[in-house]
Design a protein around this ligand. Structure first.
Ligand code: FAD
Length: 285
């Protein structure tokens, strides 16, 4: 099923993200994670794609497992470090395996990376155009409520997002955010700019102190004072911190839903128990 249809049909959706392993001997472990998560009946599950492009086979294998578990798969695909030929072979594989949904991304720029030549795409919008030429896929893209770190300012960021959406995106998924007012403001700016496709809110449950540090390094997200107080109070007690992180994420989602934003994507970090506990707390489930 295409995610575009699913978003039209269902007033509320809750989806999960998983990441594939880096080694083949870990693939069965990740497949077990997928099967466990499927028990929470997410509306779809996404699987990330290694920034270097070398793990395409892992992503495909996990996308197939999601499908075999009875859940709609969304396969991520990055373009910066993959040649156009490589991208074509991934798209052929997705077609063969009847995987219809792709999150089309540029990927982060690796350290010491020589900028792409004519064999590569430089931006996500070029990948989106290519996917649309190759087949009948439902394509989503990434967006950044607090602006992409490489964008010069929010006007430029919104300009490029609009161009990307107009290349044939069916939905956008946001980078994680911890303060809903930032997301509300972003959605309003999208509307003003004429970006009218569904925006899925990406929520990251922070369940331990180290994860918080890594997350901030990667995402550049603003953390509300309320969350720092939770960390100060519970950070040294792993069980309490985990519970507090789960409740914070669930409250954030409930507030989004109460404000009319009912398409939610949970960055599960491959923790089925966290995904299940949050899902159980939501009024729609
Ligand atoms: P783009 O949309 O191409 O934008 C990148 C930058 O280029 C932005 O600053 C934009 O403003 C600018 N830009 C765009 N078009 C132009 C133009 N015409 N001229 C000049 N500048 C322009 N990474 C992975 O490696 N694997 C994953 O699986 C993965 N999944 C993700 C899922 C989500 C929901 C999100 C939010 C991010 C994910 N990422 C993933 C990270 C992502 O690859 C990086 O954030 C990357 O730096 C940008 O990707 P993009 O697709 O948003 O790029």
């Amino acid at each position: 099923m295409k995610i575009s249809d699913l978003l039209k049909e269902r007033e509320t959706t809750v989806s999960f993200e998983v990441f594939p392993p880096k080694q083949w001997d870990k693939i069965d472990g990740t497949k077990a994670v997928v099967r466990e998560m499927a028990k929470s009946s997410p509306d779809f599950m996404s699987v990330t794609y290694g920034a270097s492009g070398s793990g395409a086979g892992f992503t495909m294998e996990i996308a197939k497992e999601i499908k075999d578990s009875g859940i709609v798969p969304l396969s991520h695909l990055t373009c910066l470090t993959s040649t156009k030929d490589k991208i074509h072979s991934v798209l052929e594989g997705l077609k063969e395996n009847h995987i219809e949904n792709i999150l089309a991304l540029r990927g982060d720029i690796p350290k010491d990376f020589d900028f792409p030549d004519e064999l590569h795409f430089k931006y996500a919008y070029q990948l989106i155009e290519e996917i649309n030429d190759v087949g009948d896929f439902c394509i989503g893209g990434a967006c950044y409520p607090e602006m992409h770190p490489e964008s010069g300012n929010r006007v430029e960021d919104m300009e490029h997002l609009k161009e990307k959406a107009d290349c044939g995106l069916s939905f956008l998924t946001t980078q994680m955010f911890f303060d809903n007012s930032i997301f509300f403001d972003f959605c309003e700016r999208c509307q003003i700019k004429g970006i009218n496709i569904p925006i899925i809110a990406g929520i990251m449950p922070i369940t331990n102190a180290n994860q918080m540090k890594r997350t901030l390094e990667l995402s550049n997200a603003t953390v509300p004072k309320k969350f720092y107080r939770i960390m100060d109070h519970f950070g040294d007690n792993p069980e309490s911190m985990k519970q507090a992180g789960i409740v914070y994420a669930a409250e954030q989602i409930i507030d989004l839903m109460a404000n009319g934003f009912s398409h939610i994507h949970i960055y599960t970090m491959n923790h089925p128990d966290v995904a299940a506990e949050i899902t159980k707390m939501l009024p729609c489930r």
